[in-house]
Write a protein that binds this ligand. Sequence first.
Ligand code: NAG
Ligand code: NAG
Ligand code: NAG
Ligand code: NAG
Ligand code: NAG
Ligand code: NAG
Ligand code: NAG
Length: 509
Amino acid sequence: MAIRFISLWLSLFFISLFSSTLSIPRIGPAFPSSIIRAEQQPSFATSNQPYRIKFFTQILDHFNYHPQSYQTFQQRYLINDTFWDGPKNNAPIFVYTGNEGEIEWFAQNTGFMFEIAPHFKALLVFIEHRFYGESIPFGGDKNAAYKNSSTLGFLSSTQALADYATLIIDLKKNLSAQDSPVVVFGGSYGGMLAAWFRLKYPHVAIGALASSSPVLFFENITSPYGFNDIITNDFRSESENCYKVIKGSWQQIEDTANQPGGLEVLRESFKICKNYISANYLEGWLQTALVYTAMTDYPTPSNFLNPLPAYPVKQMCKAIDDPALGNDTFAKLHAAANIYYNYSGAAKCFDLADDSDPHGLGGWQWQACTEMVMPTDGNSQDSLFPASSWNYSERVAICQRFYNVQPRPTWITTEFGGHDIERVLKRFGSNVIFFNGLRDPWSAGGVLKSISKSIVAIVAKEGAHHVDLRFSTSEDPEWLKDVRSREVKIISRWLSQYYHTLETAFNIN
Ligand SMILES: *[C@@H]1O[C@H](CO)[C@@H](O)[C@H](O)[C@H]1NC(C)=O
Ligand SMILES: *[C@@H]1O[C@H](CO)[C@@H](O)[C@H](O)[C@H]1NC(C)=O
Ligand SMILES: *[C@@H]1O[C@H](CO)[C@@H](O)[C@H](O)[C@H]1NC(C)=O
Ligand SMILES: *[C@@H]1O[C@H](CO)[C@@H](O)[C@H](O)[C@H]1NC(C)=O
Ligand SMILES: *[C@@H]1O[C@H](CO)[C@@H](O)[C@H](O)[C@H]1NC(C)=O
Ligand SMILES: *[C@@H]1O[C@H](CO)[C@@H](O)[C@H](O)[C@H]1NC(C)=O
Ligand SMILES: *[C@@H]1O[C@H](CO)[C@@H](O)[C@H](O)[C@H]1NC(C)=O
């Protein structure tokens, strides 16, 4: 049985395998090395990055006063002041609240901020999340920081938010820009952080654009079947045959694996490299491709995780429905897997055991074992994947084994809320945009209905994971252009209200 801890933005896919050949469950992101690393946006080539890289001395623990709490680490942030109108005019500061990986990768995938900065004359800042990229506590040594729960204990969303507040306040002081309004942006986990930042630090940020942020994917708020139901629907609405072929394949893989020589048949059918193979690994590898393809089902070619064509779900189903492959299920699935893992055509064979992690997302595993307990793993009878129920005890067992840590599944809702969010936020809080694309499985845990005049949900039926934040292209469909222009309008309104308040502040008595 394969358990997946799915991370957000890029979404890590953790597969744990209780295999007879491995005594320890393996939990690791599946990034086959045959994948060509995402090519960089031309403007992001190392020689010509559109930002300067800075480091800030950050405090290890914002919430305690033990001697150890006062240790510091170097937190990385990226800054671009090309478009900024400066402190004299109180020109705005747009801050990306970094998620679970290296910040440069997120900056690279948030073209939207670069594209709107000239209009707003905004300063751009991208802050790296602690424990990721180069923002590693304990002397910048990742092995030391990730050693065990004594060090990983400082990796949490509340600490990250406090880092962002501390850094932003200090940066504004250094720039003499105390009155410049700050708007925070984020996608996925970064979007959750942006939304929570606005609610917790209203004196630091005047508003938040939270894209594809599943703030409701906790406890019993969202159905554990929601995530996979959406993936199922993405494929099924493309073609019933495509859905049936994929759904039928899991049993066929297991039956084949159980026959003498069956694993070699699978190896040949899927062109798996000559190292470790098992039915579990193969299924996990295929499921990874299906999940991420659904998440990144963008209307234009993309290169987020892997190079992909426009509407890759459609392309996968086209491969599966291709009559030339007759009734050969494995050939069909191999063809579909090729869309995700081998769109460039360069892969000689696929390495199922590869767990390379080019964007440094591995810390999510700790977060998933402590506070980010998001029940996404349920599969109904109709699911594209084998039916299974979300089993919290299983998560507990893995986390115990891996980190000797007990998850706290109710902490996020205790700290940030989530239950009855409409009622709670109706008269509290303001200036948050929740964007969701309904083809994105994470939208199951998103805020899909506007809560008040200024806590606004923007929903795109055809949209995928934080599609709004991506660089625009000349091929973008109208609905995507509309989403972005609505977001710009709303942010403009927040800023005018802020400036108006700033001007009239002394007139209020
Ligand atoms: C800021 O971004 C723009 C757009 O990508 C780029 O042209 C400019 O060189 C960047 N500025 C800095 C200081 O990196
Ligand atoms: C983590 O490792 C350090 C250094 O080896 C050790 O002192 C500490 O007790 C360990 N913590 C736990 C919870 O095992
Ligand atoms: C602000 O300036 C001080 C002094 O130069 C520096 O140490 C600190 O890192 C700066 N803050 C930020 C956020 O860059
Ligand atoms: C969710 O609901 C079930 C059934 O009502 C309950 O047993 C459980 O404690 C609740 N909370 C979590 C975190 O699952
Ligand atoms: C697939 O087609 C071949 C030849 O057309 C046939 O012999 C075989 O039984 C079919 N297999 C299945 C599973 O339908
Ligand atoms: C990758 O794609 C190329 C071109 O379509 C193909 O020749 C090659 O066999 C594929 N690799 C694998 C491992 O399937
Ligand atoms: C859930 O997981 C626990 C721990 O691995 C296991 O003992 C239990 O049988 C599982 N429950 C179900 C319904 O699969």
